[in-house]
Write a protein that binds this ligand. Structure first.
Ligand code: GAR
Length: 223
């Protein structure tokens, strides 16, 4: 018998490359899910074209047409509930969500952020990581709580920050890893392997590597 298929809603504001990564991993059978609805707060988001090309229903819900965040979020909640989504993925969705929204999908709301949280929440995070002189940055998939860019972490990918990096080159390096880890987090959710215990995510049947480490710059074994 095949695994039951998880119904997912995806919220975007822009390019939608993370949405595409999820579409691709679903299409090749890696992730047992279907995307029931893509919502964008911007009519010109390229991600809408990606969704339409994949035959996924889309809605544009423009935040500027609502008097406040609460009414905007209520409209999104209703649309997602009507579509029967069991998991909501924020994928480059650049609006702060209300407590109403977060409570409506508590424990089934994921976000991806292009930094190693809890370092560098917020905006312009690649430039801020470079300016801080950090040797590594990366991407974080986490459950969403009421604090912005915070919440129990599912998976992180680490990438080096190189001497010649600017915000664009670093963002591209991070994005490549985002496309690997977000579908994986959705797979684990679909398999029911994620459990939040005291603000930490426990993932059943994963392999830990206690001796794993990264150095940047790399160093010889003896020196
Ligand atoms: C991604 O880098 C994502 O991590 C980031 O926006 C980009 C969206 O790219 N999200 C945030 O900064 C949220 N705080 P995409 O539209 O190509 O998936």
């Amino acid at each position: 018998m095949s695994e039951p298929v998880l119904s997912v809603g995806v919220l975007i504001s822009g390019s939608g490359s993370n949405l595409q990564a999820l579409i691709d991993r679903i299409a090749d059978g890696s992730v047992p899910a279907r995307i029931a609805l893509v919502i964008s707060n911007r009519a010109d988001a390229f991600g809408l074209q990606r969704a339409r090309l994949a035959g996924i229903p889309t809605r544009v819900i423009d935040h500027r047409e609502f008097p406040d965040r609460v009414s905007f979020d209520r409209t999104m909640i209703a649309a997602l509930q009507e579509s029967g989504v069991e998991l909501v993925c924020l994928a480059g969705f650049m609006r702060v969500l209300t407590a109403d929204f977060i409570r409506a999908f508590e424990g089934r709301l994921l976000n991806i952020h292009p930094a190693l949280l809890p370092a560098f929440p917020g905006l312009h995070v690649q430039q801020r990581a470079i300016d801080a002189g950090a040797r590594f940055s990366g991407a974080t998939v986490h459950f969403v709580t009421e604090e912005v860019d915070a919440g129990p972490i599912v998976i992180q990918a680490v990438v080096p920050i190189l001497d010649h990096d600017d915000a664009q080159t670093l963002a591209a390096r991070i994005l490549k890893q985002e496309h690997r880890i977000y579908p994986l987090a959705v797979l684990w959710f679909a398999q029911g392997r994620l459990q939040i215990v005291r603000q930490r995510v426990q993932i059943r049947e994963t392999i830990e590597a206690p001796d794993a480490y990264l150095l940047n710059p790399s160093a010889p074994d003896t020196y």
